[in-house]
Design a protein. Sequence first.
Length: 440
Amino acid sequence: MEQVTFFENSVPQPLAARLRPDDLDGYAGQEHLLGKGKVLRNLIETDQISSMIFWGPPGVGKTTLARIIANRTKAAFIDFSAVTSGIKDIREVMKKAEANRAFGEKTIVFVDEIHRFNKAQQDAFLPFVEKGSIILIGATTENPSFEINGALLSRCKVFVLKALTGDDIMKLLDKAMSSPEGFGDRNIDMERNLMERIAAFSDGDARVALSTFEMVVLNGDVDEEGTVHVTEDTLDQCISKKSLLYDKNGEEHYNLISALHKSMRNSDPDAAVYWLARMLEAGEDPMYVARRVTRFAAEDVGMADPRAMEIAVAAFQACHLIGMPECSVHLTEAVIYMALAPKSNAMEVAYLEAAADARNNMAEPVPMHIRNAPTKLMRDLDYGKGYQYAHDYEEKMTAMECLPDSLKDHEYYHPTDEGFEPRYKERLRQIKEWKKKHRK
């Protein structure tokens, strides 16, 4: 239990804490879950909470929602932090929950940042959730599919909380301006467009919006009459650097690289450059992006424009040699080239089909005539016997079969009609026709 100090009440709470609502009517956003008649609202209002996970970005109200549940429920409510708690703490809480259960009382355990618990810590909750000793409510910014044990996750309903809209944030800022818990007792001179800039800067995070608003008000110019004047210059100083939501090892990392890849695939250079900028400005390693672009050059462009690979590799080398921020322009050139290039996934299809045969069919020996024979013993065993050296023939090719017998005449490369690929398609048709004729 935290110890309350003599001076605690003399320290003012942050604006975000002062404005935290204690009922659903004061809660901002999440209409898809908490609007009139919605499932989660009904569960809260009827005190029929079951084990659940609140998943969403920072500052959207996960902890606030848990505290609203704590205010309404008749069950014992235990607030638990995954950051500061260990197995021992979990066992003590479960012991208390078992005692409550013996007296017929439900226990709700709220675990903030539940993704920070390791597997053993999460497993410690499982038997108590299974037998109904506790109702578990977890809050996480990470994808539960990756961060929460499958057995525990299967016993919890996942509710996805979304980033707050601009309108949601503006309502919060209006409340902060007029509410007694906010700055309602002060006369603040602040143009509407400055509040809208704070809303845009917050990226749907209520905590960021309210903290920024508090900062600009406290740093505003106060005149003789006590009016606080918030100017554009004051705001610029408080929001000089935007911290983009990004986790190099988390879901947002994969969401953004997926957005970049799919924008290039859909021939949308503007979207591709935007997602590239989102990644680089958030601190992504340019070498990672360069590797992905190089993969794209073969996977989605391929023989439709063979120069795409050259551009991608050149961008990779530039990133390696000069790094950020200079290499951002090289990556931009590569990304725009990929977006505008004709598209063919024939390379990907060819490999996947061949890989499926390699995995699923019997691994036949390499035909004797295309084996190498560096020793006399191998030559005596007919390694390389019957091999036809293509350069010895006028057409620079032969009718020799190079696939195992079970895959004879199997085709993997299927050229498209995009970009340069029709010329390779025609060349391939001529080769196959010639080989077919000469094999007969």
